[in-house]
Design a binder for this molecule. Structure first.
Ligand code: ACO
Length: 402
């Protein structure tokens, strides 16, 4: 019941842009997206080329330092990460304090937040060496934290990282391995997880990255800022979407309803049902990451004996959506998460770990964006304005008179 244009006049010279649909919060040289044409580039390199040729570690280097590493730089970077994969024994004790059925995302953000207490020697955002060691610690320790969060949820003992293994191999072994039992890391699985991490590595000013930048703009340290980003990613409209997609497919399967019937509900907006994994704030064309993933989804599912039926339901939904006016008019296409949940499930990850995998992938993007923000001398503390729509001035009524 208020007239927004007159309120805006009263408020003065501000722009009201809820959800920041048309407001740039910063300049950035990291990731380029052209949503109308389905283009995504990291530091200028098309995502298709990165996905084909680059590893997750190399992609992390590229995002953070701005150039593709030389062989020596890559070896040095990877070697430093390998040296920092262990968690302090006292930090391991944190995991015991959470309820057994805790979702691993808040466990992840809590443990990352706690890194500020363990590494008080590296919290100065303007000391290059401290930022550098925090960067390495985060990249090295997040997979260990993620695996421990999972082990805790299934009541199994934690495995120490094995520094003869690569980052992804180590993560898979710590997640699926059992102490005193050999765990053979499947190279195809490693390749597929690596690809998924690469595809999630950065996506300019999305909700979690904007959160990392906003928290960091108060000069909060890298651990504190990334912890906030993990919490932003927890939401179902952002990182939680891959979990939501799988749950949607499983509901359709369990209820034995046809894809046509489900789509009718979506279009009629019955009970607020949305086609999860469809639509994107920026992509108004096919998400290029979804195109890459769709190609590999079949191969991975064939190898891991994943659910063909769920994949068929997914493809059926996509086929209807791509030919339906509701979706065409609104320019709703599959986003990266439409297929990732299916792939993660077929690899043996429980649904609650899907968003954790997204966080592992997005970490180098958060770090790169935080560092770009801190290094930019024009950065100011983020402090949006508002348009006040509450009561005008009124006089206080004493408690006895109410
Ligand atoms: N299913 C059905 N209808 C949809 C969907 C969907 N997935 N997405 C948007 N719409 C409709 C809306 O109802 C709205 O219709 P209207 O004009 O009749 O009111 C119109 O399309 C515009 O939608 P908005 O919500 O205004 O678009 P916005 O840019 O704010 O939302 C979002 C983008 C949140 C991604 C949305 O498309 C959505 O909820 N998708 C499903 C969740 C999802 O997959 N999230 C993952 C995002 S990608 C990522 O984090 C990696």
């Amino acid at each position: 019941g208020y007239d927004i244009s007159s309120l805006l006049k009263e408020t003065g010279n501000v722009t009201l842009d809820g959800g920041f649909t048309n407001t740039a919060s910063c300049t950035s040289a990291i990731t380029y997206i052209d949503g109308d044409h389905g283009i995504l580039r990291y530091r200028g390199y098309p995502i298709e080329q990165i996905a084909e040729h680059s590893s997750f570690i190399e992609t992390s280097f590229l995002l953070i330092y701005g150039h593709l590493p030389s062989p020596a730089e890559l070896t040095e970077f990877e070697g430093r990460i390998r040296q920092h994969t262990m968690l302090h024994e006292d930090l391991k004790a944190f995991f015991q304090g959470f309820p057994r059925d805790a979702h691993p995302m808040p466990v992840l953000s809590s443990a990352v937040s706690a890194l500020s207490t363990f590494y008080q020697d590296s919290l100065d955002p303007f000391d290059e060496e401290q930022v550098e060691i925090s960067t390495i610690r985060l990249l090295a320790k997040l997979p260990t934290i993620a695996a421990y969060a999972y082990k805790k949820s299934i009541g199994q003992p934690f495995l120490y990282p094995d520094n003869n293994l690569s980052l992804v191999e180590n993560f898979l072994r710590m997640t699926f391995g059992v102490p005193a039992t050999d765990y053979d890391v499947d190279p195809d699985l490693v390749k597929a997880v690596d690809l998924l991490l690469v595809l999630h590595a950065d996506h300019e000013q999305n909700c979690s990255t904007s959160t990392v930048r906003l928290v960091g703009s108060s000069q909060a340290n890298l651990f504190a800022s990334v912890s906030a980003g993990i919490n932003a990613l927890f939401g179902p409209l952002h990182g939680g979407a891959n979990q939501a997609v799988l749950e949607m497919l499983e509901r359709i399967q369990a209820a034995h309803i046809s894809t046509e019937e489900f789509m009718r509900k979506v279009k009629n907006k019955e009970d607020g049902v949305r086609l999860m994994g469809f639509g994107h704030r920026v992509y108004k064309n096919y998400d290029p990451r979804a195109a890459i993933i769709k190609k590999t989804a079949h191969d991975i599912l064939a190898k891991t004996a994943g659910s063909d039926e769920l994949l068929e339901i997914a493809m059926g939904l996509e086929e209807i959506a791509l030919a339906d006016d509701y979706f065409i008019e609104r320019r709703l296409y599959p986003n990266v998460d439409f297929y990732t949940g299916l792939i993660y499930k077929s690899m043996g990850f429980p649904t609650r770990m899907f968003t954790v995998l997204f966080a592992l992938g997005r970490l180098p993007g958060w770090i790169a964006q935080w560092r770009e923000m801190i290094d930019d001398p024009t950065t100011k503390i983020g402090r949006p304005r508002q348009v006040y729509v509450g009561e005008g001035e009124r006089s206080y009524v004493p408690l006895a008179e109410r």
